[in-house]
Design a protein around this ligand. Structure first.
Ligand code: GRF
Length: 211
């Protein structure tokens, strides 16, 4: 697979893989940010467990290699993990951003990419995290709790759901007349602003550590 992704600068970049299962709006934000700014990463691969996800189209539109890796395609877990790791290695990936990836990352990948896998969560962790807290369920839980603020968290991935060192958080106010949908939309806007910047910061740190 060759990467003809068009970047503004030719300075060295960290090869980033994005793992996403669906809509891919964060993946798009990360790609667009790299097109408009002289960032320290290049999106070199998109992985999805769903070959029909919007993120597959996004990859095609941007000439980014796309890998479909799922437990349906690879029912044997050892094979699934091996394929996951193989595609990352084949594309010389150095950093991974999870952006709405609905599957657990294989332990072998977490070990191989220690401290170099990031995730975005649409709430202020450790509140409203863990199993079952994804998508609209997160925002419904926030509204049900009566919290007056929620937000966005970006953290390292260290195994368990929504755990790992928190790298950035930004608050979003909850309004009295919010529905889960209006709240989700406001939080998502902040996600798109924050995630590319944090990825860039982490990529720059990795570049300078390896210089
Ligand atoms: C985002 O809300 C993100 O925080 C969560 O999953 C959602 C993915 O949305 N982890 P999208 O596919 O990036 O639009």
């Amino acid at each position: 697979m060759s990467n003809s992704y068009d970047f503004k600068s030719k300075t060295p970049k960290i090869r980033l893989a994005i793992c996403a299962s669906g809509r891919g709006s964060n993946a798009r934000a990360i790609i667009d940010f790299a097109l408009k700014n002289d960032v320290a990463y290049e999106v070199a691969l998109i992985i999805s467990n769903n070959s029909k996800a919007d993120v597959a189209k996004l990859a095609a539109e941007n000439n980014i290699p796309f890998a479909h890796i799922s437990s349906v395609k690879f029912p044997d877990y050892t094979e699934y993990s091996a394929q996951f790791l193989k595609v990352l290695k084949d594309e010389k990936i150095e950093m991974i951003a999870l952006a709405g990836f609905m599957k657990k990352i294989p332990q072998s990948v977490i070990e191989a990419f220690k401290n170099r896998i990031f995730n975005i969560h649409p709430a202020l962790l450790p509140k409203f995290g863990g199993e079952g807290m994804y998508g609209i369920f997160t925002h419904e839980a926030v509204l049900k709790s009566g919290e007056t603020e929620t937000g966005v968290t970006i953290h390292r991935v260290e195994g368990e759901y929504d755990s790992g060192e928190i790298l950035a958080q930004e608050k979003v106010l909850v309004f009295k007349n919010d529905t889960a949908e209006t709240l989700a939309a406001r939080v998502l806007k902040v996600e798109h602003e924050l995630y590319p910047r944090i990825i860039d910061r982490q990529a720059a740190a990795l570049l300078s550590a390896s210089a």
